[in-house]
Design a protein around this ligand. Structure first.
Ligand code: NI
Length: 169
């Protein structure tokens, strides 16, 4: 099932998501649906709040179907180590048609649970590191625009308000 993507302005995006404690078929179905929804939206990462579900689940595939080993479901992820700085253009499916340069650590390690509840650690650099941070932020109710200057953020918010008024958001 393909879920519609929730857009900026919906409070679910700015709320801390709930821990997952039950690892059952319903969760695994939701993860499959999240991958399907992410690919349908041409994204490389998706967090459950972005489909209106406030639970700590994220899916990532920075290779967009190229490499099956690069497909990760992260349940209750936590960033446990960061290194360096790296600036790159970043966007979000919930803030479509906007992009901004965001400086983040260049490499990160994450501890998470898989779809069966098994704990694992994952280290990523550059694009994967960025996706791991971006999606973990989502689960804490934080959007990438919180990492840019207030001036740039207000400009984006103003443009979005205009789009909302025009019925185009
Ligand atoms: Ni996002």
């Amino acid at each position: 099932m393909i879920y519609p993507i929730v857009k900026f302005g919906n409070p679910v995006l700015e709320k801390k998501a709930e821990m997952v404690t039950v690892f059952d078929d319903e969760l695994r179905k939701l993860i499959d649906d999240m991958f399907e929804s992410m690919y349908a939206a041409r994204g490389v990462g998706l967090a459950a709040p972005q489909i209106g579900i406030s639970r700590r689940i994220a899916v990532i595939d920075v290779t967009f179907k190229e490499d099956p080993k690069a497909k990760f479901a992260l349940i209750n992820p936590e960033i446990i180590h960061t290194e360096g700085r790296f600036k790159q253009s970043e966007g979000c499916l919930s803030i479509p048609d906007f992009r901004e340069n965001v400086t983040r650590p260049r490499a990160v390690s994450v501890r998470a649970q898989d779809e069966h509840g098994k704990i694992f650690e994952l280290t990523g650099e550059e694009l994967l590191a960025r996706a791991l941070q971006h999606e973990t932020d989502h689960l804490n109710g934080k959007l990438y625009i919180s990492h840019i200057s207030a001036l740039k953020r207000d400009l984006i918010k103003r443009k979005i308000r205009k789009l909302v008024k025009a019925g185009e958001w």
